[in-house]
Design a binder for this molecule. Structure first.
Ligand code: PYC
Length: 312
């Protein structure tokens, strides 16, 4: 019997899980992270499924494979993935990654550069345990796009990049409560199909906004991830896309704080700095906390018919 072993460390960031692959993942060689992400997808996608899908994981789990960075000044490179595909960046996952590296004794408080397939970011571990992520440049690509959603009618939102592509909707008539999650899931999925069909095939996250419940928060969101699960955290890349839209609309000043609440009541704080007013590009900085909650060895037994996960 052939059993390979993968060392994983689980954490959650505002309720959203991250599974860091510390060792035992496939060897992707060297070179740009985009090429290594493509290699993972083409040749080793069964590892993604084995690590995050059932029976070891769940639709909510985000995986993160640590790889040697190209730039030696970076603490690591990372490729994020989920139940269906690969993510460009992941904000909650980066906060989980930093807390995990500290748990492993690999970093101390201070700034740490990390390579991702969509650019290098800087994460700061604060002495109080909070983590700030200075994300990749973010911007709004299109304001007020109206799509006709079958079974719903016209829905208007902005298309924005925050390390992943989002469709951000303010006016939707939905109640953003956890009890309503199934309905919100169906609602967002229909919107995504319509947005993809109507000229934005790259959009794979849908984000609804509504009034906050948490004291001091500016807004609550419901974020649907590419594989239909909803983000339990306020979504770092989604909050980055939101900050880009707020900046473009002049609704939030450079350096001012925005508190984004998730559907389960956890919060991130965000700020931005202008990179280029002409193109609307900002550098968002997202701050949150994560907790390591498991450390384990995954056993890949080639006699197990579901060794590589249940794939849809
Ligand atoms: O925090 O950026 C994020 C994220 C993306 C998907 C799930 N979480």
């Amino acid at each position: 019997m052939n059993k390979s072993r993968i060392h994983i460390i689980d954490s959650h960031t505002g309720g959203e899980p991250t599974r860091i692959v510390a060792s035992g993942g496939p060897d992707l060689g060297r070179g740009p992270l985009t090429a290594r992400r493509d290699r993972l997808q083409r040749q080793f996608d069964h590892y993604r499924s084995a690590i995050v899908n059932e029976p070891r994981g769940s639709d909510v789990m985000v995986g993160a494979l640590l790889v040697e960075p190209e730039d030696a000044s970076c603490v690591t490179g990372v490729i994020f993935f989920n139940n269906v595909d690969y993510l460009g960046m992941c904000g909650h996952g980066t906060i989980g990654l930093i807390v995990t590296l500290a748990h492993l004794g690999k970093i101390k408080s201070g700034d740490h550069k990390i390579e991702t397939p969509v650019g290098t970011i800087t994460a700061t571990l604060h002495p109080n345990g909070e983590v700030s992520v200075a994300n990749v440049p973010s911007w709004r690509a299109k304001k007020a796009v109206t799509v006709n959603v079958p079974g719903i009618g016209p829905v208007t939102g902005d298309v924005a990049w925050g390390g992943n592509w989002f469709f951000l909707v303010e006016k939707h008539g939905q109640e953003l409560t956890l009890a309503n999650a199934d309905k919100l899931t169906d609602f967002c999925w229909r919107i995504r199909q319509a947005v993809n069909a109507q000229g934005f095939p790259e959009v794979d996250h849908v984000e609804l906004f509504g009034p906050p419940a948490a004291p001091g928060a500016n807004s609550r969101n419901f974020v649907q991830c590419p594989g239909k699960a909803y983000d339990r955290s306020p979504c770092g890349t989604g909050t980055s896309a939101k900050l880009a839209c707020l900046a473009a609309d002049g609704k939030l000043a450079e350096g001012a704080t925005w508190i984004q609440e998730s559907i389960i009541g956890s919060t991130f704080s965000g700020k931005f700095r202008w990179l280029d007013r002409a193109t609307g590009k900002v550098e968002p900085v997202i701050t949150g906390t994560a907790f390591v909650n498991a450390e384990a060895i995954l056993l890949l037994n080639d006699q197990d018919p579901f060794c590589w996960g249940i794939r849809s």
